[in-house]
Structure formats: structure tokens, C-alpha cells
Design a protein around this ligand. Structure first.
Ligand SMILES: Nc1ncnc2c1ncn2[C@@H]1O[C@H](COP(=O)(O)OP(=O)(O)O)[C@@H](O)[C@H]1O
Ligand SMILES: [Mg+2]
Length: 275
């Protein structure tokens, strides 16, 4: 395959980003009985849609994301990406974890280019894209720094660029900003929105912050635990691009209040970590 054909192979095609989760159950065996992490989860996500998955600790958010990523498998039901069953991690998927997994012995640009190395793609062809992503996310000029010279927020920006490098159809993010201070988290919410608006791709974004879920999403999937299931799907009809000041508008606070009340009705928001 020619180099340009290899690059084209990673470009999006219509419908390729549709995710369909159908009647998914996930049970883990355990010494003191099995744990049902997910129960009858059904959701269809359109290609290019930004969906937040919101729920308290232990409700199955990471399990759901791992199943979509092909890193784990449902006990029942099916998950498809672009109509194809997911039984192994799809080639055109990016994953960002709560803790960035940067390689300390590589500088920033080489960390971003790592997926090329692993897939044996021509690095020189992808370098301009890597530099453009770093610029878009506010890291121009940091290409030759080592990860240990960066703040937590900067490291997570590098991890996002790396996940986006090969233009994945699907971006999965598991509490990517959970370990950051509030102000850095706000900045990264804005930058993630910019990146998503200029590289429309399907995003499944796990968080336990109600405000973050609403700010970023086209739709919020609200999960409840024991067993983990989706209790509501809330379309967020706020214009884009969104600025932080949208959080002070009546429309935004109405979404947040509605979701908080939903959690309260399930007895969840009494001293748990859902904010
Ligand atoms: N590999 C595993 N083996 C056994 N139980 C697990 C495993 N992964 C998750 N669980 C259990 O499944 C439930 C959901 O976990 P998880 O998906 O990590 O929740 P969340 O990400 O919402 O905090 C929890 O009760 C957890 O203990
Ligand atoms: Mg988790």
C-alpha cells in the first residue's frame, strides 16, 4: 500500500463512526459471588456525536468503555462500530485514560507520533499533523520537552493529541480530566471542544462531573449503579462553540439541576463523588 493510501485508510467514511450498543450485560465472576457491572445497556450513537457518560463511582462507566474499545467483552448483547461487531480494539480508535500513559524517555512530539511507530507508518508524513494538533491544543513550542517537564494538564493534552493523531473514527475518554485542578479542567474542556469541532468524530466521554458532562455533550447518558444501567438520555440543546459563561445561563443550570435531581431520586447524591 502506498504511503498516501495508508493515510487515506484512516480517514473517516460516512457511517463509520456510528456506535450501536445493544442489550449489553456484563458480569464479572468473583469469589463471593458474581458482580453485574452492566445490565441491559442500549444506546445508539451517531457518527460525529459527542456523548458524555455520567454516573457515580462503580456504576460501570469504565466497563462500558472497555467493552466499546474491544478491551473487554459483554457477557450478553452486542456492540458495533460502523456496523461491524467489535471483538478486538478497532484500528481507528483513540483512547485517553485518567492517567496519561506517556513514555518518559520520549519527547512530546515522539510521544504523539508513537501510534505511527507502532503501526509502521511513515513518521515524516504524520509529523505535520502531530505539530498541528499540538498547536491546536496550546502546546506549540513544547515539542522537544520531556513528559516529566510538563504539568498534569500539559501531559493530558499530549495524550489527547496522540489519541487523535491517526484521525480515529472513535475517541474514547475515561475521566481524562479527573486528576486535574478545576481551572486546568475548564481550559481542557474548551480545548477538547475546539479539537472536536475541527475534527468531527464520535466521542464517548466518561465523567462523574455533571457540569462537565453537560458542557461538552450533544447528549448525556445518565447511569445508575447496582447493576449499572442507563436511566436517562438527555439531549443538550446549547449552541456551539460553548464558552465557560454558558454554565451561568438558566438553560445550562436547568440541565444540571435536572440531572442532580435524577441522581437524588435514585438515592445516589448523598455524600457520593458525583458533583
Ligand atoms: N476486572 C474486574 N473484575 C471484577 N469486577 C470488576 C472488574 N472491573 C470492574 N469490576 C466491577 O464492576 C463494577 C463497575 O466497575 P467500573 O466499570 O470500574 O465502574 P466505574 O468506572 O463507573 O467507576 C464495580 O462493581 C467493579 O468492582
Ligand atoms: Mg472508571
Amino acid at each position: 500500500m502506498s504511503e498516501s493510501a495508508q493515510i487515506a485508510a484512516f480517514e473517516n467514511v460516512p457511517g463509520a463512526g456510528d456506535v450501536r450498543i445493544h442489550a449489553v450485560d456484563k458480569t464479572y465472576p468473583g469469589r463471593s459471588g458474581s458482580v453485574t457491572a452492566l445490565k441491559d445497556v442500549n444506546v445508539s450513537v451517531k457518527g460525529g456525536e459527542f456523548v458524555s457518560i455520567l454516573g457515580p463511582s462503580g456504576c460501570g462507566k469504565s466497563t462500558l468503555l472497555r467493552c466499546v474499545a474491544g478491551l473487554d467483552h459483554p457477557s450478553q448483547g452486542s456492540i458495533t462500530l460502523g456496523g461491524q461487531p467489535i471483538d478486538a480494539p478497532p484500528l481507528d480508535m483513540g483512547f485517553v485514560f485518567q492517567r496519561d500513559v506517556l513514555l518518559d524517555w520520549l519527547n512530546v512530539i515522539n510521544n504523539v507520533l508513537l501510534p505511527c511507530k507502532l503501526k509502521k507508518l511513515p513518521i515524516h508524513q504524520w509529523k505535520p499533523k502531530a505539530l498541528a494538533l499540538l498547536k491546536l491544543i496550546g502546546l506549540a513550542g513544547f515539542e522537544h520537552r520531556r513528559p516529566w517537564e510538563l504539568s498534569g494538564g500539559m501531559r493530558q493534552r499530549v495524550a489527547i493529541c496522540r489519541a487523535l493523531l491517526l484521525n480515529p473514527t472513535l475517541l474514547l475518554m475515561d475521566e481524562p480530566f479527573g486528576a486535574l485542578d478545576a481551572m486546568t479542567r475548564d481550559e481542557l474542556n474548551l480545548e477538547l471542544q475546539d479539537v472536536w469541532l475541527s475534527n468531527a468524530k464520535t466521542v464517548l466521554f466518561v465523567t462523574h462531573s455533571i457540569s462537565e458532562a453537560v458542557f461538552l455533550a450533544d447528549r448525556v447518558l445518565v447511569m445508575s449503579r447496582s447493576p449499572g444501567r442507563i436511566v436517562d438520555v438527555i439531549p443538550v440543546d446549547l449552541p456551539r462553540p460553548r464558552t465557560l459563561s454558558v454554565r451561568e445561563t438558566p438553560a445550562f443550570t436547568k440541565y444540571v439541576a435536572h440531572i442532580r435531581q435524577l441522581f437524588e431520586s435514585f438515592g445516589i447524591l448523598r455524600g457520593t463523588n458525583v458533583r
